[in-house]
Design a protein around this ligand. Structure first.
Ligand code: PEP
Ligand code: MN
Length: 344
């Protein structure tokens, strides 16, 4: 931590700042300039982060030199983290595509979607059984019977399933069915939920909050990791801005920034980012070019009748077409896009 003093700071004030910092167990190093004095603080920065340093007379600014996240930081692990997903790895050479409807609506549509997306090269099936809905009057998912559908379809197709957990009271239940626990954008800073999923040995797909900074996202991952669960996949899904032409604003730059800051895998969700089916392919190409390790895409056998997010859902043939058009981008990015494993 570096403390910058205000112009004209007195020697007494500098001594007082030093005393406060040293009382917290850190050492100080003073560098006197023409107008200002800078105090370098050496020791555990986490202690200082909690201290109200700006309230000490003579202090003008405080600059951290270390990241507040440790386990999630690149410094913690030189090698990128890979996370097992079925028989593949997220963060490995393959570009992982997770596909499926927004909401699990029934067994038939899930079987149909799973077969279709697997045939086109998807490596996991998504679908919410517990849905966060903006209106309390909207359908909130099938609950446990939706989880049962996911498990049945996994048994049929071999596709691992990714599904959202919204409530600490349901973590155990959802974890007994899911291969990956999704923590949605609205819950990215639900710290008790992050702590609970951190206690499990099950990968967590952590979606960026709508108004969360990249640092907030990394600190949310840190919550999970600090409980012992290191298997966190980060997901850029668009943020809220003044723009209204798209559902959210896809923060493309977040992908290379995250890849630099953390060893964790980073995927993109172009469906929620754009909110429109015609934007899914171009945003996917951009995400892959920017270094994403994977994509999560909403696919529905009949988007017109989807209970949620039909406007942004691809049909199964559209998804298959999108996957083929993605191939040159994946290859240009030095990754592998698997061929389909089943015939639809
Ligand atoms: C979802 O994945 O269907 C979802 C609700 O996403 P988000 O949390 O990003 O809005
Ligand atoms: Mn959705």
């Amino acid at each position: 931590m570096i403390i910058v003093t205000r112009r004209g700071v007195t020697d007494e004030e500098i001594d007082h700042i030093r005393e406060r910092v040293e009382a917290l167990g850190l050492r100080t190093h003073i560098s006197r300039g023409e107008a200002r004095t800078v105090i370098g603080c050496i020791g555990d920065e986490a202690v200082l982060r909690e201290a109200p340093l700006l309230s000490i007379p003579g202090v003008e600014a405080v600059h951290p030199v270390m990241n507040p996240y440790k386990l999630a930081s690149r410094l913690f692990s030189a090698e990128p983290t890979t996370i097992q997903l079925g028989d593949t790895l997220v963060g490995g050479p393959e570009l992982i595509v997770i596909a499926g409807p927004c909401t699990v609506e029934g067994k038939e549509m899930m079987s149909q979607t799973a077969a279709g997306v697997a045939a086109a090269g998807a490596r996991a099936l998504r679908g919410g059984a517990f849905k966060p809905r903006t209106s309390p009057y909207s359908f909130k998912g099938m609950g446990q019977s939706g989880l049962e559908v996911l498990a049945e379809v996994r048994a049929e197709t071999g596709l691992p399933v990714v599904t959202e957990v919204m409530d600490t009271r349901e973590v155990e239940l959802v974890a007994s069915y899911a291969d990956v626990l999704q923590v949605g954008a609205r819950n990215m800073q639900n710290f008790t939920l992050l702590t609970e999923v951190g206690r499990l040995h099950r990968p967590v797909l952590l979606k960026r909050g709508m108004s969360a900074t990249i640092k907030d996202l990394l600190l949310a991952a840190e919550y999970v990791m600090s409980q012992g669960n290191m298997d966190v996949i980060l997901c850029e899904r668009g943020i809220r801005t003044f723009e209204t032409a798209t559902r959210n604003t896809f923060d493309l730059a977040a992908i290379p920034v995250l890849k630099k800051e953390t060893h964790l895998p980073v995927i993109a969700d172009p469906s929620h980012a754009g909110g429109r089916r015609d934007l899914v392919a171009p945003l996917s190409y951009a995400a892959v070019a920017a270094g994403a390790d994977g994509l999560m895409i909403e696919v529905h056998p009949d988007p017109e009748t989807a209970v949620s997010d039909g406007d942004q859902s691809l049909t199964i043939p559209e998804f298959a077409e999108m996957m083929e058009s993605l191939r040159p981008f994946v290859e240009a990015a030095g990754r592998i896009l698997p061929r389909g494993s089943l015939t639809a």
